[in-house]
Design a protein. Structure first.
Ligand code: COA
Length: 385
């Protein structure tokens, strides 16, 4: 039986160190005014020397598991989206599985640039919808500051570090991930590339001298692509979900550039209050950008029970991805999943009300599944008469 995959936990981690545009003015030939008008970024987070993609991921994952009221040992699968893993081998997903104290379950890393998190969500959804797994952890994490050329002003001002995670669980109640759209156009691969240190050009003195082990970007080409693809992908995902744009309560776009977000919003005809933006505080955290934005949107009270969200991104590859997620009562109060383990006395009135509503919903859903065949039969009988 096809199951619904519901997001019942979310968490984020942002390194403490803040690098402002004013700090960057002292490092490269740039200005706060240039960065702000071209990108909308004011500051970004930079990981401390002892931090890695794995340590940041574990922080975000623990927060997501706490929210979901699940233990790491409850996980059936771990998916990590990143372009900046700790090592080429082992996969950072296995390091994270071990650091979390999860069981010896499947764990893999996927690379799809900044769209990796939505690719991860779509993949997790498949495992849940097919009935294979119950609880899947999806992480988007990036320690991109170590792959940025701090002498290249055209890229170093754009990126930041961070991690975001969600826990998806199998449910029989309709909702959760409703649809997704994935795409790639490899012919544009060189527009955003780390030219060396892969098998095509392994590390050498030449590579170090020419600094081709760092990110290179043709900003204009990426900008043109993003402006074209973001609204297109969002529209396709909404159509695939069976909803229409007027049903969308919040757009959570990849936080790369305020101009791209603003144009996407206008192409979709959405009012300003239906778009979540935090690019000013984090810059482009690549695969971590959508899950961090998702967490903050919830923390800021921008996501409510019953809301339909669109997450959409573009990135290296070049790739794009969009998904529509319905946030039901399960998502609004994740502890509901484990509510039978929570002493009633520890619940607030608000939480008890949500549990009551969820229990009603669940009963109605179960009853409707039972009554539907009866209803259809009697309906048919009546029609035959
Ligand atoms: N400070 C000051 N000047 C800078 C600069 C900086 N940090 N970076 C580049 N410039 C200069 C360039 O050298 C160039 O100068 P030139 O015209 O003398 O050659 C000029 O600014 C380019 O300016 P402009 O044409 O106005 O840039 P833009 O409108 O394309 O904006 C980006 C540049 C990078 C912000 C924009 O192209 C962009 O956001 N692209 C998408 C990038 C992206 O999202 N990548 C991540 C994908 S997940």
């Amino acid at each position: 039986m096809t199951k619904y995959s519901r997001i019942i936990g979310w968490g984020k981690y942002a390194p403490e160190q803040i690098l402002t545009n004013q700090d960057l003015e002292k490092m490269v030939d740039t200005s706060d005014e240039w960065i702000l008008t071209r990108t909308g970024i004011r500051e970004r987070r930079i990981a401390a020397p002892e931090e890695t993609t794995a340590t940041m991921s574990v922080q975000a994952a623990r927060a997501a598991l706490d929210k979901a009221q699940l233990r790491p040992t409850d996980l059936d699968l771990i998916i990590v989206a990143t372009s900046s893993p700790d090592h080429f081998l082992p996969a950072v997903s296995s390091t994270i599985q071990d650091m979390l104290g999860a069981k010896e379950v499947g764990a893999f890393t996927l690379t799809a640039g900044c769209t990796g998190f939505v690719y991860g969500l779509a993949t997790a959804h498949q495992f849940i919808a097919s009935g294979t797994y119950e609880n899947v952890l999806v992480i988007g994490a990036e320690l991109i500051s170590r792959f940025v050329d701090w002498e290249d002003r055209s890229t170093c001002v754009l990126f930041g570090d961070g991690a975001g995670a969600v826990v998806l669980t199998a449910s029989e109640m309709p909702g959760g991930v409703l649809s997704f759209v994935l795409g790639s156009d490899g012919s544009l691969g060189d527009a955003l590339i780390v030219p060396s240190i892969g098998c095509k050009e392994p590390i050498s003195q030449k590579v170090l001298d020419e600094r081709t082990h760092y990110i290179r970007m043709d900003g204009r080409r990426v900008l043109k692509f993003a402006i074209r693809i973001m609204s297109k992908a969002a529209v396709e995902a909404v159509k695939a979900s069976g909803l229409s744009l007027s049903d969308i309560d919040l757009l959570i776009p990849h936080q790369a550039n305020l101009r791209i977000i603003e144009l996407t919003r206008r192409h979709l005809g959405l009012p300003e209050d239906k778009v979540f933006i935090n690019v000013d505080r984090y810059g482009n955290t690549s695969a971590a950008s959508i899950p961090i934005a998702f967490c903050e949107a919830i923390e800021e009270g921008r996501v409510n029970e019953g809301d339909n969200l669109v997450m959409v991104g573009f990135g290296g590859g070049l790739t794009w991805a969009a998904t529509v997620v319905h946030m039901g009562v399960l998502e609004t109060l994740p502890r509901l999943v484990a509510w039978r383990f929570v002493p009633v006395g520890s619940l607030s009135l608000e939480e008890m009300k949500v549990i009551a509503r969820a229990t009603m919903d669940s009963l109605v859903f179960k009853a409707s599944a039972l009554l539907l065949p009866l209803y259809t039969k009697t309906g048919l009988r009546r029609r035959r008469k």
